[in-house]
Every structure is written in structure tokens, then in C-alpha cells.
Design a protein around this ligand. Structure first.
Ligand SMILES: Cc1cc2nc3c(=O)[nH]c(=O)nc-3n(C[C@H](O)[C@H](O)[C@H](O)COP(=O)(O)OP(=O)(O)OC[C@H]3O[C@@H](n4cnc5c(N)ncnc54)[C@H](O)[C@@H]3O)c2cc1C
Length: 572
């Protein structure tokens, strides 16, 4: 069974829950984007994902990518699908019209990438970096570089990579050693080795544009001495640049995406942005990539849920303790979906997928507000949301993708552990999302230490105040916000006794923030249902209940864990 996007569900979340089309129309570039255009884009995107991309997923996993003397062949059908993808204009969805893009809202792109990841994570890795590369070049590139590369990246005709990691420099990018030596003609010669580069070499596009973190001669040590260079595989005169793929990794999952060991042998490149300001330029790319990884998590969890839900509606085992409506007088056993233990697994994952969708789509919306809103205070508030919520979504959605997909595998019993049903592939594929684009530990530290404690909790406090004013926020939602505020104060005070304290509890703190936001997201969904949509209410009722019974109790547990550790810190 291949993944099937459900545009009606997403349309309900965008329109009835987030009021996105109306709010977007208040931003000048989207004044003409009406409900009909939203529906049309979602409908066409769903069709492309279901008909072209999803059917290639199984082959992508089983056949995978092949390496031969520096060349990489992607799985059967991938090249044709990618060519059809960019020629149909999908990568350019939210790029600016002046760069050849369609100028549509980021939230539509977010939905597209969520569906693509659900349908075929391996395939989606290649175009997944395009928007980040586009944003990075648009913000920081020279006019010459933009003239040569921006339109090709915006359209997706040429794919891009993000070359950060080196064997000794993973989370700690300050240790990057790849060198860039300036040349009299304004170019740089790039030399060094990178590992784990997604799409470093492949046959999907005719050129690959590498964005390489590197160090100029005499640059300061550490992160403040990093620069960013653009290094194309094929140069403007058609010559092959000195960039080589040495091998591709054998991996636990994600076999449809080549993970490459790259060597730069004095390759020709050009700096993007100021010397020694490479990390700032790269962060534009990484923030966009982090939201995309959160969307990968949401998509993969939805794909796992779809498979498990369909299986649970066919498989019969034993009699359920509650007499189900479907039980006939001669039935010896009930569908396993009638067993509360299985229902609980399914409804819990549904609660995560739908609540996380609201948060991720809202973040994509705020990205556009931060860029286009006429009021500076509103732009600042949007920027605050993106900065605080992106690490929360990246860490929480990917952790849930892996643990939730594993729970969905449980629904199949032994049949989930064998390959036939494809659920084990999702568990293997989902695991990497917790690691790349900043591990979940790095996200938690980013949130708590760099963003929350750095301003004494003021930014998060303001964000929670804004959400609490939302008329749809139920009492429980506001109570959890209040407890988060208190927790932040207690933590800040206890950290004066033990400076390592935040690093011990950052993961619990991030989970508590994620759950408080999930509670808010669901209160919006429940308000959006209203009373005049009984059919819709039935679809959303079970996950809403699961949220309260099985998901939100973790909030108290996380708060207690942090408080206990604060008590210990005070005793030291
Ligand atoms: C399939 C795949 C695709 C990838 N694609 C790309 C790509 O396209 N481009 C690219 O540049 N890289 C890519 N990566 C690399 C990926 O981003 C790194 O693996 C990741 O950043 C972690 O670095 P590391 O593996 O060296 O682990 P390390 O940094 O060595 O971390 C090991 C463990 O220590 C923890 N840790 C490290 N530092 C801290 C700290 N300060 N505080 C708390 N905990 C810490 C980590 O959370 C982790 O659990 C990819 C990796 C894989 C496997």
C-alpha cells in the first residue's frame, strides 16, 4: 500500500483551524491567493505525490543507490520522476517570481514536502535542500553568483547540497578544516574532505551546486573563522570541476538517497557572503532545512499510521473486550482495531500528526509574515515564533516519527517485522531524522540555553502570552503555559547553583514545551470543528480524546523530572 495524501484533511487545518488563506491575503505578495488556488495546488500536489513519487518508494529501498567509479545511479524511476517534478514547477512553488518562482506561500510548500516525505523519504532528500540553498543565495550571494545560479536552483533544474560535516566535525562545526584559498580573479580554490553529504553525486540533475563550509587562510579558529563557498560540479564553460564522490555509505535506511563521501581537490568556487561569516549564511539554510525535517517526521508518522490503520481494519484476532459495532453473530474474532490496546496506538499517533501539522503549518505561515508583514512589531513576533518553535518541532516531531512508527509496526505483530508490508522501512528511514540537521540533543540545548535562558525566558513568555489570548485556548492550555513559565523561572534560578543543570534537563524541557504547544494546536482544531460539521467532528474525535488521555499526561512527567533535578542542583 502506497502513501495517499488526503488534501481534505489539510484543507480543513489550513482553512477552518488556521484561517491561513485569509491571513495570507493580508500580506501583499499573496493578496491574490484565494481558497480556490489553495485547493487547486493541494489537489495537484496530492496527485503528483500519489501517482509519480509514492510508487517508487519500495524500489528505492530495496534496490537503493549504486556507486561505480565516482558515478552514482539513483534507483529505477527516480531520474524521470525528478525531471517531471522540476519541470512541473514544484521546487519553485514559493520562490520569488523575479527568480522564476511561483511566489506562493511557504505553507503550501510545507504541505508538499510533508507529503513527499511520507510517500518517499529517499527521493525527497534531493529537492528537500533546494529551498534552503535558494534562501541562502538570495540573502547572501553576490549579484554575479545570483545571476548564474539563483534561477537554476529556484526551478530545481540544478540540485544543491549542504556540505558541512567532516569526519572530525559533526555537531561541532567549529572544527571544520576544509580550506578555501582566494585567487586573483575573485574565485577561491576549495580543498578538503566532507562526509555524509546527501545527494553529493547522482544522476537526477545535470549539475549539482555544493554549498561548502570552509576556512580561509589565517581565519580565526572555531566557528567565527568559517566561510561559505559555492562550488558547482560543472563549471560555466562546461568543464567538470575538481569535486569527487569517493563512495556512498551503506545505511540502516534511506536507501533511495545517496549519502556521499566527497573530496574537493582545489575545486573552483566563490564565497557566499562575507569572509568568516559562513555560519551566519549557512544558518539561513539550516533553519529552513530544520522545518523541513520536522515535516519529514510528520509525513513519515502519517505514512506509518495509514499502513497500520488499514491493516488493523482487516486483521481479526480474538474477541475485543468492548462489543464492537462490526461484530456479527457468527464472527469468531474481532478486527484488531476494535481492541483498545491497538486503538490507543493508532489514535495517539493521529493526535501527534494532526497537532504537529497545525504547529508546522503555522510556522511556515509565520515565515512569510516575518518576511512580508508591513508592521515591524508583527514581523518581530513572527521571527520569535520561528526561532523558538523550529527546534521544538525538529526534535519532537522526529522523535515521535521514530517511536510512533515503531508503535505502528506493533499493530502488525510479526507481520510488521518482515518486509512484506513496508512498515519496517518507515521505522528505519525515520531514525535518521533525529540525527541530521542538528541532533535532538543540539536542538534541546539551542532552545533552552541559547533561546530561552539567554533572555531570562522573556521571549518564550511573550509567545505564550500571545497564544493564551487566543480565544480558542482552553483552560488546560493556559494552565500548562503558566506551569511552563514557573518552570522556566525555577530553572533559571537553580542554574545559578549548577551551571550544567540546563544541559541535563534540556530534552525534558523541550518535550514539555512541545506538549504545551500541541495542547494549544488541538484546542484550535476542536474550535475549528464547530457544531455544524458532525461528519468532520467524528473523524477528529478519537485523536482529540487520545491527546488528553495518552499524550498530554507526559507534560506533568517532564515538568516533575526537571523540577527534581532543580532541587538536586540547589543541594550541591
Ligand atoms: C543519512 C545522513 C545524511 C546526512 N546528510 C548530511 C548533509 O547533507 N550535509 C551534511 O553536512 N551533513 C549531513 N549528515 C551529517 C549529520 O548532520 C551529522 O551526522 C550530525 O550533525 C551529527 O554529527 P556526528 O554524526 O558527527 O555526531 P556527533 O556530533 O559526534 O554526536 C554524537 C552524539 O553526541 C551528541 N552531542 C554532540 N555534541 C553535543 C553537545 N554539545 N551537547 C550534547 N550532546 C552532544 C550528539 O547529539 C550525538 O548524540 C548526514 C548524516 C546522515 C547519517
Amino acid at each position: 500500500m502506497n502513501y495517499q495524501p488526503l488534501p481534505d484533511d489539510v484543507r480543513f487545518l489550513l482553512q477552518a483551524v488556521l484561517d491561513a488563506p485569509n491571513r495570507l491575503r493580508a500580506l501583499a505578495p499573496f493578496a491574490e491567493v484565494d481558497d480556490e488556488l489553495h485547493a487547486q495546488v493541494l489537489g495537484e500536489a496530492g496527485k503528483f505525490v500519489a501517482e509519480v513519487v509514492a510508487p517508487l518508494n519500495r524500489g528505492g529501498d530495496e534496490i537503493g543507490c549504486r556507486f561505480d567509479h565516482g558515478a552514482v545511479t539513483t534507483p529505477p524511476g527516480f531520474r524521470d520522476a525528478y525531471q517531471a517534478f522540476w519541470q512541473a514547477g514544484w521546487p519553485a512553488l514559493s520562490a520569488a517570481p523575479e527568480d522564476g518562482g511561483q511566489g506562493l506561500p511557504a505553507v503550501l510548500e510545507a504541505v508538499l514536502y510533508e507529503w513527499l516525505s511520507a510517500a518517499n523519504h529517499g527521493f525527497t532528500m534531493a529537492p528537500g535542500l533546494l529551498h534552503g540553498a535558494y534562501a541562502c543565495l538570495e540573502h547572501h550571494g553576490s549579484s554575479e553568483l545570483k545571476a548564474r545560479y539563483l534561477a537554476k536552483i529556484a526551478s530545481g533544474e540544478w540540485l544543491a547540497t549542504m556540505c558541512l560535516t567532516e569526519a572530525h566535525a559533526g555537531s561541532d562545526l567549529g572544527q571544520v578544516r576544509t580550506r578555501a584559498v582566494p585567487q586573483p580573479n575573485g574565485s577561491v580554490r576549495v580543498a578538503g574532505g566532507k562526509i555524509f553529504i546527501s545527494g553529493g553525486e547522482h544522476d537526477l540533475s545535470d549539475n549539482i551546486v555544493h554549498l561548502v563550509l570552509c576556512r580561509l587562510p589565517n581565519a580565526p579558529a572555531g566557528p567565527k573563522g568559517l566561510s561559505l563557498a559555492l562550488v558547482p560540479k560543472i563549471l560555466a564553460d562546461g568543464a567538470r570541476n575538481a569535486v569527487h564522490c569517493e563512495r556512498i555509505e551503506e545505511k540502516m535506511g534511506l536507501h533511495g538517497s545517496p549519502t556521499c563521501v566527497m573530496r574537493f581537490d582545489d575545486a573552483t568556487g566563490w564565497l557566499i557572503g562575507e569572509p568568516n561569516r559562513g555560519l551566519a549564511a549557512m544558518f539561513v539554510m539550516m533553519n529552513s532545512a530544520r522545518l523541513h525535517v520536522a515535516l519529514q517526521g510528520i509525513g513519515l508518522l502519517d505514512a506509518a499510521w495509514q499502513k497500520a490503520d488499514a491493516y488493523a481494519r482487516e486483521r481479526r484476532q480474538m474477541r475485543a473486550p468492548i462489543v464492537p459495532a462490526t461484530r456479527g453473530p457468527n464472527d469468531a474474532a474481532d478486527l484488531i482495531i476494535e481492541h483498545p490496546a491497538i486503538r490507543r496506538i493508532l489514535d495517539t499517533q493521529r493526535a501527534w500528526v494532526d497537532g504537529a501539522r497545525v504547529l508546522a503549518y503555522h510556522t511556515a505561515f509565520e515565515l512569510d509574515v516575518a518576511k512580508h508583514h508591513p508592521d515591524v512589531a508583527r514581523r518581530d513576533a513572527a521571527q520569535r515564533w520561528c526561532s523558538l518553535v523550529t527546534p521544538v518541532l525538529k526534535a519532537a516531531c522526529t522523535q515521535q516519527a521514530f517511536s510512533g512508527a515503531s508503535e505502528c509496526l506493533q499493530v502488525f505483530g510479526g507481520h510488521g517485522y518482515v518486509r512484506e508490508w513496508g512498515i519496517e522501512q518507515i521505522v528505519r528511514d525515520a531514525r535518521i531524522t533525529m540525527i541530521y540537521e542538528g541532533t535532538k540533543e543540539i536542538q534541546a540545548i539551542d532552545l533552552l540555553v541559547r533561546k530561552v535562558l539567554a533572555d531570562g525566558g522573556a521571549g518564550l513568555g511573550t509567545l505564550l502570552d500571545e497564544l493564551a489570548q487566543d480565544t480558542s485556548a482552553a483552560t488546560g492550555v493556559v494552565d500548562r503555559f503558566e506551569r511552563l513559565r514557573e518552570l522556566t523561572r525555577t530553572l533559571a534560578e537553580a542554574a545559578r547553583h549548577d551551571s550544567a543543570l540546563p544541559y541535563w534537563v534540556a530534552d525534558d524541557y523541550l518535550r514539555a514545551v512541545a506538549l504545551a504547544l500541541l495542547g494549544w494546536a488541538w484546542s484550535r482544531i476542536e474550535a475549528g470543528l464547530g457544531t455544524d460539521t458532525p461528519d468532520l467532528a467524528a473523524r477528529w474525535q478519537a485523536p482529540a480524546q487520545a491527546l488528553h488521555d495518552w499524550v498530554l499526561p507526559e507534560f506533568n512527567m517532564r515538568v516533575q523530572t526537571v523540577l527534581a533535578r532543580c532541587d538536586r542542583a540547589r543541594l550541591v
